[in-house]
Design a binder for this molecule. Structure first.
Ligand code: CMP
Length: 137
């Protein structure tokens, strides 16, 4: 099915100037960019975005990191884009992210892992709504 997903280049990815490469990968695959913005995430939005991790020991670090500099937030559309984008990103754990994936090419740690992508249809709708408003969902 044609879906939309929320993808975000994290502060480490913006700092390392890989936004262009990441956009290029999704364009080459055939996905359509429906929205994008460079922004510093307010703390309240970061806490909402990561609400499912609120009880984890690393929650404070996670919020501090994601608000530490500009992120590049995006909405992408296409066939099965939620799952395919996750495959293109590579696994969260660095030892499991294969070369050729975004994380496998750029990341060595679980916390500074370059990109976020929605993990389900429900997450995609929630995250697009949070960052871009209900009109883009
Ligand atoms: P993301 O997919 O953006 O959503 C949750 C994030 O938590 C995940 O990426 C990781 O970057 C981060 N994360 C997961 N496990 C840890 C951990 N043990 N320490 C710090 N951050 C983590």
């Amino acid at each position: 099915a044609i879906e939309k997903t929320f993808l975000m280049v994290k502060p480490d990815g913006v700092e390392r100037q890989v936004v262009g490469d990441i956009v290029d990968r999704f364009e080459r695959r055939g996905f359509i960019m429906k929205g994008a913005k460079l922004m510093v995430i307010p703390k309240e939005l970061a806490e909402k975005h990561y609400a499912e991790h609120a009880e984890r020991p690393f929650f404070g670090e996670l919020v501090d990191f994601i608000t530490s500099g500009p992120v590049f937030a995006m909405v992408w559309e296409g066939e099965n884009v939620i799952k395919l984008a996750r495959t293109m990103m590579g696994a969260t754990k660095p030892e499991e992210s294969n070369p050729g994936t975004i994380r496998g090419d750029y990341a060595t740690t679980v916390s500074h892992n370059i990109i976020h992508g929605s993990d389900s249809l429900a997450s995609a709708e929630r995250e697009i709504g949070l960052f871009f408003g209900e009109d883009l969902v």
